[in-house]
Design a protein around this ligand. Structure first.
Ligand code: ADP
Length: 679
């Protein structure tokens, strides 16, 4: 997919280059309305010495996309930092997860698992990650990959041959589980042609089965999200009664949106009797059975598995709480909450929000004593602009010049700056004076899609530039953003550009001119009805213009470069359990513009709030309407333009904020220690 998108992008950029050739464009005047008056905010800087020689600026016409370059630096992210003092009580933690960065990352879950694992390793704890061996994982990113166990795992009445491999990723030992069936095949982490829920049920059991056959018993099994929510059930109701005794289970909920709704028969496929968990009556019956089995010690369940319950886990709950939101379904998320020894969500504010509203609120309230809110951190070695291998110039709070180089590099690479404006100054006017805002996100409703599109429009109105890097799993959203990327034109420019493009006889009303122009500019149909309606407003922007790039793809490398290039990072989420983009953005000197919700409310404090002056670090809005967003953008742009010194101090300030795991891993370790069993 990426290559198709890249070629799409280079096509649009090629078009852009032709259209904006110096011959045709003349000067910058053509790119911006005359009434915009950009103040000179920064003194022009020279290229830092280390990048000035043999440095090749990218262009949209380059064969290899510019973000595929690696720039000289020691890649510190492949090893775990060792200069941190060991904790006194060392424990063994195994994370069981559907994602880990960078090899199987879709969103923040991947970052968090890798970051937390590395933080614990660096404090001397033993940590492993268990991950499905997705077909899409690039094996060259794994060090020392080797087959360690061939075994069988139960699924749907059969024992499925399964392999466990060990390897090292970003310094963390990883155990990859590879079934011999169709699970986890395909080009992407999610969305394969197999049944995803059943695949993760299989995976949850396969991880425990691996521990059982190898005799590995960690102190803590740390599971994440609904995908591994069945593991605590399997552990307490099956494996605890076989040979696994020592582990205690921590469950982190990164996002409550997905309940992991599961039919009884699906749960039964992993060997648990789904009906036991699905009805209160049966549950009562089962309780009686439990009592009996605890007296006689052993019983066989309907599928021939040993079900040997004892009373040694007082918190074990088999009751109506595993029944799903849809009463016909079970919820793995809910099961995970009920069956784990400790439940964590990813920010204090999200914890409060989830206790007050939402389908799980009553379950969480009932489990309040074991429910914690711990703010995520970021891995400040992986996310370090001073050493980042993906950046053409490195920088840090005390030496920020490289950031301008990164901005200009990205602007040139995406065709957001004219060729030929370089004379005498390597970093031109547009880089110093036009604020660049980035939004790097999954394109899903949670992220405030209407606010993202509004930001694109308003940024152009304000004379700024905006880059969206995102992927949409929903085909309708994907199409909407494709339309946005491809459509849209600026009438003022059309009137002047049209004759130069040899299009004549179109003086028949504005809309028609625009349509004709767009048809010439790009052979395909390029704007949606929505865009067409807006044409009369005359300020819709697109990938051939000079203010917007909408890049519909996933690219870890490009994300690093965009954070480094950005003056601002936008996160207009409707809800946001924690959010990493604002923390990463700040680390790379991008000032956050965010909606006040969840973890965003815990990490970003408004510049114009006089009660918060000490901690103020961005621009915050509360409403979910376009006006609220506009107002925050207006304020941010005014600060950027009218108070350059203050802005530069703010950039330095946000880069120095410590959102690292060093700050928060200790809270997880406290929880691990509070529930572990000492043998
Ligand atoms: P969520 O977990 O809801 O997706 P977070 O803000 O917690 O949101 O984490 C998102 C992570 O995924 C960040 O590291 C962000 O940079 C990254 N990310 C999101 N979309 C993309 C993309 N299209 N390309 C590269 N990285 C992305």
């Amino acid at each position: 997919m990426e290559s198709a998108l890249v070629s799409n992008l280079s096509n649009t950029c090629l078009l852009y280059s032709r259209w904006h050739s110096k011959r045709r464009m003349g000067n910058l005047d053509m790119l911006y309305p005359r009434n915009f008056n950009f103040p000179q905010l920064f003194a022009h800087s020279n290229l830092p010495k280390e990048v000035s020689e043999e440095f090749i600026w990218p262009s949209p016409a380059d064969e290899m996309p510019f973000w595929k370059n690696k720039f000289p630096s020691r890649d510190a992210s492949i090893e775990v930092p060792t200069d941190i003092e060991n904790d006194s009580n060392l424990i063994h933690i195994i994370h069981v997860t559907a994602e880990m960065a960078p090899i199987a990352k879709v969103g923040g879950l991947g970052d968090v698992v890798t970051g937390l694992a590395r933080a614990c390793l660096s404090r001397g704890h033993a940590v492993d990650i268990m991950l499905p061996f997705y077909e899409c994982i690039q094996k060259q990113q794994i060090n020392d990959l080797a087959l360690i166990t061939a075994y069988v795992t139960f699924y749907d009445g059969n024992w499925v041959p399964t392999k466990a491999y060990r390897g090292v990723v970003s310094g963390v030992p990883v155990i990859f589980i590879e079934p011999s069936n169709e699970f986890f095949k395909g080009q992407y982490v999610y969305g394969g042609s197999y049944n995803e829920l059943e695949a993760y049920l299989f995976f949850s059991r396969a991880c425990l089965e691996w521990m059982q056959v190898t005799g590995v018993q960690p102190d803590i099994i740390h599971v994440h999200e609904w995908q591994t929510g069945a593991l605590p059930l399997l552990y307490w109701d099956m494996y605890q009664n076989l040979s696994l005794k020592k582990p205690r289970v921590v469950f982190t909920i990164h996002n409550m949106e997905h309940y992991g709704e599961c039919r009884k028969d699906q749960l039964s496929k992993c060997g648990l009797d789904g009906s036991i968990y699905a009805s209160v009556d049966k549950i009562l019956l089962n309780r009686a059975l439990l009592l009996l089995t605890s007296l006689i010690g052993i019983a066989l369940n309907s599928q021939g598995y040993i079900l040997c319950h004892t009373n040694n886990f007082p918190r074990k709950a088999i009751d109506d709480r595993t029944i799903g939101h849809n009463p016909e379904r079970l919820s793995l998320l809910k099961g995970g909450v009920v069956y784990s020894n400790a439940v964590v969500t990813v920010s204090p504010t999200y914890l409060k929000e989830t206790l007050c509203s939402g389908w799980l609120a009553s379950t969480l309230l009932r489990n309040r004593e074991k429910y914690f809110g711990i703010l995520n951190g970021i891995d400040t070695v992986i996310w370090d602009p001073a050493t980042d291998v993906f950046l053409p110039a490195k920088f840090h709070a005390r030496k920020p010049e490289g950031k301008k180089i990164c901005k200009y590099y990205v602007q040139r690479g995406l065709g957001l700056v004219l060729e030929g404006t370089l004379a005498g100054d390597p970093v031109p006017y547009i880089t110093h004076n036009v604020p660049l805002i980035v939004c790097i996100t999954r394109l899903v409703a949670q992220k405030g899609l209407h606010l993202i599109t509004q930001a694109i429009k308003h940024t152009a109105e304000l004379g700024g530039q905006m880059i969206v890097l995102g992927t949409a799993s929903d085909a309708r959203v994907q199409r909407e953003f494709e339309d946005l990327a491809n459509s849209v034109i600026y009438l003022r420019m059309i009137e002047r550009v049209l004759p130069a493009n040899g299009i004549k006889g179109l003086a028949v009303g504005k809309k028609k001119i625009i349509v004709s122009y767009l048809q010439v500019a790009n052979d395909t149909k390029i704007f949606s009805t929505g865009a067409e309606e807006k044409v009369d407003n005359l300020l819709i922007v697109h990938n051939q213009g000079s203010s917007t790039r909408i890049l519909l793809m996933y690219s870890e490398e490009l994300s690093h470069m965009l954070y480094a290039a950005a003056d601002m990072v936008l996160i207009p989420s409707i809800y946001e359990p924690c959010g990493l983009a604002q923390m990463i953005g700040m680390r790379y000197g991008a000032v956050p513009v965010v909606r006040k919700t969840g973890g965003l409310a815990d990490t970003v404090f408004d510049m114009d709030d006089s009660t918060n002056h000490e901690i103020a670090n961005g621009f915050v809005f509360e409403g979910i309407d376009e006006g609220s967003l506009n107002c925050a953008l207006d304020r941010a742009f005014r600060h950027y333009r009218e108070k350059p010194d203050e802005w530069n101090s703010m950039v330095q300030k946000v880069m120095e904020i410590d959102n690292s795991w060093n700050n928060t891993a200790s809270k997880y370790i406290e929880i691990y220690n509070s529930i572990r069993v000492r043998w």
